[in-house]
Design a protein around this ligand. Sequence first.
Ligand code: APR
Length: 232
Amino acid sequence: MNIVVLTGAGISAESGVPTFRDADGLWAGHRIEDVATPEAYEATPTAVQHFYDERRRALADVTPNPAHVALGRLEEVLGEGLFLVTQNIDDLHERGGSQQVAHMHGELLSALCRSCGGRSHWTDDLYDFPPCPRCGMPELRPDVVWFGEVPYGMDVIQGRLMRADLFVSIGTSGAVYPAAGFVQMAAACGARTLELNLEPSEGTDFFAEARHGRASELVPAWVDEVLHPLGF
Ligand code: APR
C-alpha cells in the first residue's frame, strides 16, 4: 500500500503553533510581503530574522498532539509505504515519532547559507548573523521556502503522488500551490483521496471524501482504520 500524507498548519494548531489563514493566524498580524519573500529579506533582513527567530524559540513551548503521534505510529507499521510531506516548518512530526518527513517548505531548525548554499541544523537565533558552520561567512538565513521560491523535493514528491493508492490531506487550507495541486495529481494517477480538516478547504471538491473536525481526533481515528485490517 502506498499512502501519501500531506500536512499543513492545521495539524499543529492544537499544539499551540498558529496557523496562517485562520482569524488568529500569522498572516492576520504580519504581511507576507514583509516577512516571507526574498525581497523582504533583501530590504529588512534583521526584521525577517527576528520573525523566524521568534518562531524558532516558540518551538520550545509546544509539544506534538495525538495527530502527530498517530502518523508516527502509521510510519512504524507501514515503513516506506507511507510518504509524509509537510508544509510545516516546525519539528512536531519528528517529535511525534515520524522518522521520514519531507519538509517541502523548509525547517525552522535549519539555516541556509547564502554564500556556500550549505544547510546546517540550527537551534539558535540568526538576527545577529552568526558565521556559517561550513564556510564561516555571516550569511545564514532561515532555511524556509519563501513565496517566489521553489519548494524542496518536488521530484520525489511527484513520483510518490504518481504511485499513491491513497492521498490524504490534513490541516491545510489548500490556498498555496504547488501543495494545493497534489490532490488533483494523485487523483489523476488513480489514488483515492481524503481530506481531514477543521472545515472544507478551498480544494475540498477535488477530494473523493472529506471529514471535518479537529486533527487530534480525525487523524488517530483514520490511522486506526488503516491499521486495524493489518492486525494492529
Ligand atoms: N484540525 C484540523 N484542521 C485545522 C485545525 C485543527 N485543529 N485548526 C485549523 N485547521 C485548518 C484550518 O481550517 C485551515 O483550513 O487548517 C488549515 C490551515 O490553513 P493555513 O493557515 O492556510 O495553513 P497551510 O495550509 O499550512 O498554509 C500553507 O501557506 O503561508 C504559507 O508557507 C506557509 O506552509 C504555509 C502555506
